[in-house]
Design a protein. Structure first.
Length: 194
């Protein structure tokens, strides 16, 4: 983990969610700061996004938020961050989050969380990066997604080794061991569909 200095956290912005997800977000933010790592995230002050940022800040950590103008216009940006970057589009946001991060942690979330995560998984599949991707399966939240991946493999739309593009842990405490694991292997990009 010596090369890991900055963690990108993808997570939901919804606030009306079970407390177990909020607890996991708060613990992750605090642990990131306690390890002297920087948190990179979507720049919001609501939902799990706000919780993970507040926890990292509260523990003395550095937090970088990256938010598109059209979301900032909804007045949901976090104004107390170490850095807040307002960008022109979701595409710019995702690229900047990628550039500023050494690994990606996926907490429970919705469509936006999946959008950002899938792009990083696809880039990894295409060998555009080798950064770790770790899902935190809080109380089985990601099990339906894992079944979907197994289904895609069984139906021939993904190769079995694509299951190794990401890791899954059950608690936020396991994240740091997972990101220290060897780099993922996706096979040659040229034969991914055959």
């Amino acid at each position: 983990m010596s090369d890991i200095r900055s963690l990108c956290v993808y997570c939901g912005s919804a606030s009306r969610v079970d407390d177990r997800y909020k607890t996991a977000a708060a613990r992750l933010g605090a642990l990131i700061a306690a390890r002297g790592l920087q948190l990179v995230y979507g720049g919001g002050r609501v939902g799990l996004m706000g919780i993970v940022a507040d926890a990292a800040l509260g523990a003395g950590g550095k937090v970088v938020g990256i938010i598109p103008e059209h979301i900032q216009a909804l007045e949901v940006e976090h104004t107390g961050l170490t850095e807040l970057h307002v960008v022109d589009s979701m595409h710019t946001r995702k690229r900047m989050m990628f550039d500023r991060s050494d690994a990606f942690i996926v907490l429970p979330g919705g469509l936006g969380t999946l959008d950002e995560t899938f792009e990083m998984m696809t880039w990894l599949q295409l060998k555009l990066h080798t950064k770790p991707i770790v899902f935190v399966d809080v109380d089985g939240y990601w099990r339906p997604f894992l079944r979907l991946v197994d289904h895609m493999i069984a139906q021939g739309f993904c190769r079995p080794e694509h299951r190794d593009l990401f890791q899954v842990v059950e608690t936020v405490d396991e994240v740091f061991g997972a990101i220290a694991a060897p780099e993922p292997v996706a096979g040659p990009a040229s034969d991914k569909w055959v």
